[in-house]
Write a protein that binds this ligand. Structure first.
Ligand code: ADP
Ligand code: MG
Length: 390
């Protein structure tokens, strides 16, 4: 993968940057600008180099060029953050857009309209890719979160522009995540939780081969516990997931990792803010009760494994942490990850939300915002948007 640093002098060149500006909107304005801020390092670097910058992103899922999904509020926010004018193109591609890119001065920024206004985007349509390529001398992809999709703006266009490279954000994501997979400091401990085994089974099975220890918490532990013959009461536990968990447990002899399940739990009659959280010894959930968090003995054991790790990968909360009675297990794991001396990598929308809630998001070595793309990379899949930057 070629990096920004490996590109030569960009002075005066038109650089098309695929960014992730898929931000939440409220009343026609940007409600959370985290993703726009995340793109600033690459954009600032290109401006410093005298490039003429063309930004392209998708926003929501437009069906029919809905004006509510225009990039206008994003361009406005970008202008505020950069402290300079940011232009908005009248469309994604076409003669007028091309003229707008030709008029750009060094260091100026133009935002293209929502790339999904073009139906060819998600089909990786060669005509759209060509039209995008005509807007650029250099292509930079900084949208790691969509790198697992072969779309015209993430894949097709990369092959049609003379020079291409990864942006700083994408480079950091790939380096942070592949660092877990390729020759990590050992022991490598994977902490996996969250809602469903079926969402994460490929991640579990990959770490079964790569990691030294897998710690399983969250609702995900119940199919494993059920497969081992424990009662799960009214806990989240789909029949299909028990089957998947049983297969993983059956192959335990042939894999590297030791799989550690909870040894105690927090249960309740219902999932509510004012529910009474009851600790139970052992992991047999009584009938009618719901397992909603790992217990304190499990949290201690998981914390010790995390502290002793050379590398930690964490995805998935340990319980229904959004509600205070069931947050302790996730908080304990978050604190252990934050304090761990080894390299720590955490990702997943709810995992990041948990780290933020506990004020620990800046205490991990690499916080991946890559979502599905990050999990696919961990699973060992090739990401088309990354491969195209080879
Ligand atoms: P991420 O977004 O970090 O990948 P997931 O989406 O897989 O994580 O799972 C997060 C969700 O799982 C949270 O909303 C959390 O409330 C829920 N969850 C975790 N443990 C339990 C449990 N024991 N019972 C019900 N929900 C749970
Ligand atoms: Mg989630």
């Amino acid at each position: 993968m070629k990096t920004l640093a490996e590109l030569g002098d960009l002075g005066g060149k038109r650089v098309l940057v695929r960014v992730d500006f898929n931000v939440p909107l409220e009343h026609g304005a940007v409600a959370d600008d985290t993703r726009i801020r995340a793109a600033l390092p690459t954009i600032e670097r290109l401006r410093d180099g005298g490039a003429r910058i063309v930004l392209v992103s998708h926003l929501g899922r437009p069906k029919n060029r809905e004006p509510e999904l225009s990039m206008r509020p994003v361009a406005d926010r970008m202008a505020e953050l950069l402290g300079t004018e940011v232009k908005l193109a009248p469309a994604v591609v076409g003669e007028d857009v091309r003229a707008a890119t030709d008029e750009l001065e060094r260091g100026e920024v133009l935002v293209l309209e929502n790339v999904r206004y073009e139906p060819g985007e998600t089909k990786n349509d060669p005509d759209l890719a060509r039209a995008l390529a005509q807007l650029a001398d250099v292509y930079v992809n900084d949208a790691f979160g969509t790198a697992h999709r072969a779309h015209a703006s993430t894949e097709g266009v990369a092959h049609l522009v003379p020079e291409h490279a990864a942006g700083l954000l994408l480079e950091r994501e790939v380096a942070g995540l592949t660092g877990v997979l390729d020759d990590p400091a050992r022991p490598l401990v994977a902490v996996l939780g969250g809602a469903k085994v079926s969402d994460k089974i490929d991640v579990i099975n990959r770490f079964a081969q790569l990691a030294d220890t897998i710690l399983i918490g969250g609702a995900m532990c119940f199919p494993f516990l059920a497969a081992r013959g424990h009662t799960v009461g009214a806990s989240k536990c789909a029949a299909d997931d028990i089957e998947l968990a049983a297969q993983t447990l059956a192959s335990a002899e042939q894999v590297r990792a030791r799989l550690e399940l909870p040894r105690d739990l927090i249960v309740a009659e219902r999932l509510a803010d004012d529910a009474k959280a009851q600790p139970i010894d052992g992991v047999d959930v009584p009938e009618g009760m719901i397992g909603l968090d790992i217990g304190p003995a499990t949290a201690r054991a998981f914390g010790e494994a995390i502290r002793a790790a050379g590398t930690v990968f964490w995805n998935g909360p340990m319980g229904a942490f959004e509600r205070a009675p069931f947050a302790a297990g996730t908080r304990a794991v978050a604190e252990a990850v934050a304090a761990a001396p080894g390299t720590t990598v955490a990702g997943g929308g709810d995992t990041i939300a948990a780290l933020r809630r506990f004020g620990l998001a800046d205490k991990v070595t690499h916080l991946s915002t890559g979502g599905g793309a990050a999990l696919e990379l961990i699973e060992g899949k090739k990401l088309p948007g990354v491969e195209a930057l080879a």
